[in-house]
Each structure stands twice: as C-alpha cells, then as structure tokens.
Write a protein that binds this ligand. Structure first.
Ligand code: ADP
Ligand code: TRP
Length: 328
C-alpha cells in the first residue's frame, strides 16, 4: 500500500481552509493508503519560539483531527516531537541544503518581512524539516493546499539529491495531492486571497453560530452588477467560491442566477452562506468539545500513534545511517 503523510502546525484552531484544503483529503485517503497524519509542533517553533502552552495547542489540534473524522484505527496520528528520528533526518538533509535555495523560498521571504526580529535558522530550514517529515515514511502523496507547493518542490529536490549523492534509489519523490480544484485554495471573505490564520480572516471549525454569522455578514461585497452575466470581481467570486464549497448545488445556482440577472441581494446570500457553514460546522464543533474533555483518550491516541510512527521512522533511519556510512 502506498504511503501518505501530512501535517498541520498547532498555531491555532483548524479553519475551513485547513479542512477543505487538507483534512478532507485525509478523511478520504485514510481508507485507501497507509496514512501518517501528524501535528507539526517543531515547525510551530519557527514562528512561535516561546509557546504559551504548546501541549494545550497540540491537544486542541488532536481533538480537532479526531472530531473531523480521522480514524486512529485506520491512520497513524502522531505528534512530530514524539518522533525524534525526524530530527536526525533533518540534520542529514540540512548538510545537503544550500543557503541560496533556502533563501529563495517565498514563505521564508514573507517571514523575513513579517518577523524581522526573529529570522531564525529554523525558519530558513523549514523546508528541510518538512522534507524529513515526509520522506521519513517514504510517502508518495502529500495532501496539502496550494500554498505548500514550493515546500513540496523542495521536498522532492531533497529526496532526489539524497539519492544522487549517496548513489541509491532510496527515497521516492513525494507528490502533492488535491482532492479537487476547490480544495486548492479556499478563499477568505475579506476581499482577496486565501483563508488563513495569519491572514486574520479564518472561520474556525470551533466557531459558534453567532461568530460564524458575524464573520460572514462582514464579507466584502460591492453594489452589485449592472450588466447581466458580468464577470465577478474577486471579493464576489470568493463569496461564490465559498458557497460552492459548503452549500448545495441548488443554492449556489439560485444565487448565481440572481447575480447574472443583476438581482442579487448580498445580505440574503450571506445569511444563507452563514447558515450552511453553521450546518457543516455544528456536528464537528460538538465533537471537538466532547473530545477536549477526554484527556485520557487523547493521551492514548498520541501515545499509540507515536509508537507506530517511531517504529517506521527508526527503520528508515537505520537504513539512512547505513547508506551514509554510519553504524545502522
Ligand atoms: P494557515 O495558513 O492558516 O496558517 P496552515 O499553514 O497551518 O494554515 O495550513 C495547514 C494546511 O491547510 C496546509 O496543508 C495548507 O495548505 C492548508 N490550507 C490552509 N489554508 C488553506 C486555504 N485557504 N485553502 C486551501 N488549503 C489551505
Ligand atoms: N508546512 C505545512 C503547513 O504550513 C505543515 C507541514 C509540516 C507539513 N510538515 C509537513 C505538511 C509535512 C505536509 C507534510 O501547513
């Protein structure tokens, strides 16, 4: 069976972008692949070096993963920092990762701009840690949103380079996986760009009905089209894209026809969208709140996941050490 790996950093709650960009693929892939889904707590130190309460943040994501429907009987769910072999592979990959290529990564350049007082080496080598996460399990598919494409290219490059340098055909090159076009980039409702924690425009799975409504009602719109069948400007296209993701095709079509006939009432559309988002989130939200009360269960899942992931990782590391020339 082919192997799949993906992870999310515990820097906040899961939002609709995370769900439709990544987690929804996890739910499907767990039935068809040998899956490893982890919580990237080491990665979170690159932006949050002195976390308030990292164990609580990790526990939250774990509860959210499970509440979404990731089945620990099918997929291995673990915490990155529980598998220390990842750090050793990261060290080896870093020896063959070059300053120039790491400095050219867009997300690194963005972070240099957004956190100029904390341009740390972990931030620079973020892609080699991510590559280690993936290739340690010899994964061939990685479900992530479009924003991870450059990191994925780096992961493939590091896998290829390892094979070339040591003259082996050991690590497969991992491919990004997208469930559908819609999953590639879930939009924000603030006019432009994607939904994201750092963008400050996220609708979280844990948000209650009132919060969802107030966020959706604030979505950026315009005064409406005056020419039938006109192209939608970005903020409106984003609103429709969100509706396409969470509402029924009938609902989408209804508002689309209204738009094309220049009869759209954005207030009604937003009310419907908020309702549909709430309908989607409600059962997940209830399960998250339940999960969060069961520490013993969450601890057990993390412990069992760590054992499984570490067993597989240590097998890889033994072989990697032999390939490089260390004792296995
Ligand atoms: P954020 O951008 O909010 O910090 P992360 O970077 O932690 O979210 O993303 C975790 C996963 O969710 C990644 O696979 C990422 O590609 C995916 N993801 C995040 N936001 C979106 C989005 N708006 N559309 C599609 N996928 C997304
Ligand atoms: N970089 C990913 C993000 O920001 C998180 C991540 C870390 C990841 N390691 C990974 C995703 C390995 C997939 C595979 O969302």
């Amino acid at each position: 069976m082919e192997t799949v790996v993906s992870g999310i950093r515990p820097t906040g709650n899961l939002h609709l972008g995370n769900y439709f960009g990544a987690v929804k693929s996890f739910l499907q892939m767990q039935h068809e692949y040998n899956c490893y889904f982890f919580i990237a707590d080491w990665h979170s130190l690159t932006t949050h070096p002195h976390p308030d309460n990292i164990r609580k943040s990790v526990k939250t994501i774990l509860a959210e993963y499970l509440a979404c429907g990731i089945d620990p009987e099918k997929a291995t769910i673990y915490i990155q920092s529980d598998v220390r072999e990842v750090a050793e592979l990261y060290l080896y990959l870093n020896m063959n990762a070059y300053l120039g290529e790491l400095e050219r990564v867009t997300s690194f350049k963005d972070k240099v701009r957004s956190q100029p007082n904390n341009v740390n080496a972990g931030l620079l080598t973020y892609p080699s840690l991510m590559a280690a996460d993936i290739i340690i399990h010899k994964a061939v598919k990685v479900p992530v949103g479009k924003d991870q494409e450059q990191n994925m290219e780096m992961a493939r490059k590091f896998a290829r380079r390892f094979n070339n340098i040591y003259g082996v055909d050991y690590f497969p090159e991992p491919a990004s996986f997208h469930l559908s076009e819609k999953a590639v980039k879930v939009p924000g409702l603030d006019g432009s760009g994607k939904m994201g924690k750092s963008e400050g425009n996220a609708i979280y799975l844990i948000d209650d009905e009132k919060t969802i409504k107030s966020k959706v009602m604030k979505a950026v719109t315009d005064s409406g089209p005056t020419v039938p069948n006109s192209e939608k400007p970005e903020p409106i296209a984003n609103l429709f894209m969100m509706m396409d993701i969470v509402s029924t095709p009938d609902t989408y079509q209804f508002f689309n026809e209204k738009y094309n006939a220049c009869e759209i009432r954005y207030g009604d559309m937003k009310k419907q969208l908020a309702e549909d988002i709430n309908l989607f989130c409600k059962p997940i939200r209830e399960r998250i709140n339940d999960m969060l009360t069961d520490d013993a269960y969450l601890d057990r899942i993390a412990r069992e996941g760590a054992e499984k992931a570490a067993a597989n990782a240590s097998k890889t590391l033994k072989e990697v050490r032999e390939i490089i020339g260390f004792r296995g």
